[in-house]
Ligand binder design. Structure first.
Ligand code: KIV
Length: 278
């Protein structure tokens, strides 16, 4: 038995339970204390997201996050949650240029404690996904609104609103699934499109601002706790939360309970609701 076997079993169990229709509750996580709390609260999968550039570093976007940041935070999360599946983001510049570089960077994240890596985009990224999967690295594809492309996309905007762009996202999701990715994460796409994608591909979908029909949900922990108020240099009152965000702390008295309530709400399909969808 290789040292990787228990990890792969956890990941494949999670994929199988999603395929049986059990909802996956996922949260972003960047440190050991929260990782431990989330593991105890029953969160299925932790995402060491490059959103850390915004919620930990106070930046406007995720563009300055480095491999060094990602490996550091992945190690901390892995230390706190040894029995939970951990997904780590590949930061901008770590996977786009060539497959070998993508593999090298992905394996650093795996060596830091991640069980799978996530990167953004379809198109040319499909071959990158295939290469990593063929070389033993489980992958999650991130489609729809892709924060590392915020400048090309002209800001934080819903994707897939036109027939043509919806068709492109659906095709990318199908191609990613055929390339062997473990999950397809859909960010800020119309609920109907996310539903169609979920019904059309074999990889389970995870939504954030993608309606009620994805196989799982993810939220940024600072959003769940209602403590993110925009980049460090901006006034909190200038910040407007996206509609997919829900504050789970306001109805309870502890962070533990807020996280537990989120897990329950995802599992019993009360979160997200139509009001969180586009
Ligand atoms: O970096 C991140 O936290 C993410 C989520 C928004 C899905 O990619």
């Amino acid at each position: 038995m290789s040292f990787l076997t228990p990890i792969l079993n956890n990941l494949s169990n999670l994929i199988q339970s999603a395929k049986r229709g059990e909802k996956i509750a996922m949260l972003t996580c960047y440190d050991a204390s929260f990782a431990k709390l989330m593991e105890i609260a029953g969160v299925d999968m932790l995402l060491v997201g490059d959103s850390l550039g915004m919620v930990l570093q106070g930046a406007e976007n995720t563009l300055n996050v480095s491999m060094h940041h990602m490996t550091y935070h992945t190690k901390n999360v892995a230390a706190g949650a040894p029995n939970t599946v951990i997904m780590a983001d590949m930061p901008l510049g770590s996977y786009e240029h060539d497959h070998q570089a993508a593999f090298t960077n992905a394996q650093w994240l795996i060596k830091s404690g991640a069980h799978l890596v996530k990167f953004e985009g379809g198109g040319k990224r499909i071959e990158t996904a295939r290469y990593l999967v063929e070389h033993g690295i489980p992958v999650c594809a991130h489609l729809g609104f892709t924060p590392q492309m915020v400048n090309q996309l002209g800001g934080y905007k819903i994707q897939g609103k036109t027939e043509e762009s919806a068709e492109q996202i659906l095709q990318d999701a199908k191609d990613m699934s055929d390339a062997g990715v473990s999950f397809v994460l859909l960010e800020m796409v119309p609920a109907q499109l996310a539903k169609k994608i979920t019904q059309s591909i074999s990889a389970p979908t995870i939504g954030i601002g993608a309606g009620v029909d994805c196989c799982g949900q993810v939220l940024v922990i600072q959003d769940l706790l209602g403590i993110y108020t925009g980049p460090a240099h901006k006034k909190p009152e200038e910040f407007k939360s996206p509609r997919f965000v829900s504050n789970f702390l306001q109805d309870t008295n502890s962070v533990q309970n807020a996280v537990k309530n989120y897990v329950q709400a995802v599992k019993n399909k009360t979160f997200p609701a139509a009001e969180h969808s586009y």
